[in-house]
Design a protein around this ligand. Sequence first.
Ligand code: CA
Length: 333
Amino acid sequence: MTSRLLTTLTLAFLFAPAVAAPPLVIAHRGASGYLPEHTLEAKALAHGMAADFLEQDVVLSKDNVPVVLHDIQIDAVTNAAARFPDRHRPDGRWYALDFTISELQQLSVTERRDPKTNRPAFPNRFPAGVGAFRIPTLDEELAFIAGLNHSTGRHTGIYVEIKQPAWHRKQGRDLSRAVLPILTKHGYQSKQDPCWLQCFEPDEVRRLRSDLAYQGRLVQLTGTSPAEAASLLSPDGLRSLASFADAIGPAIPSIISGSSPDDRKITSLVHDAHAAGLAVHPYTIRADSLPPTVRSLDDLHSLLFIDAKVDGLFTDFPDRTSAWLTSHPSPSN
Ligand code: CA
């Protein structure tokens, strides 16, 4: 082999897309379109639907146990207000951090609702108050997924989010330091392991890589504020992110801009992120809450996978995202 060919091959490898096709199906809070979010039942269903990764949002209990919950408050998805009526904070909300793991696991988990009006967030999803679901610890959930991988022969990965680390720090807690040993215990510590670790706070993502020396794959989540778009998601911002992160997790409107199907545009974000060496995993596909820029779920899948060329998607409906990919092989080619 000539040295020129070797150089060409090396360059081709270095500048290859950060994540090879096919795109990843990331089950957002489990198969949350069908069962209450972040219950082990929702994770089992998503695993059975052959999602590539199952998501865990993580907050701390009073006794510093990482638990799988989307919010720092627990009243939108549990019966905390009925079970512990006096244990709310002055803002009228019940917080996971004020309850021991033993207390949290006495609660019933239910489909997400507005804690003030009691109205379901998604009326056509699993009925509120039905079933006997409880809050899993992160340790329990990772053991559960390992068990499913063992019994099915699959290699479904995990996709863990550090929730509101700055808020935890103000309460005197270090969420990342509590989570990392659990990842290590379950064998998730390098970029070869099937794990992505995500966070919205850039200082924390940087800290995970530097101060905490985490060696696995890191994802910088981003919101929809114009200031963030101008800084983090600019070509310079993306190059800076790529010095410590492996992917970005942007909101769908950062990729499909506009206000209707008639004025929508694919932004340069995925192209710019790929040029910086970052994979792109936008959130969130919801069959029952589509963005105003798309005509249908198929349209949304097609825009993101074919037009924008994303590397994976957070989806509440992993079966439908997988089915779309199966019927449209190699969408990134
Ligand atoms: Ca999340």
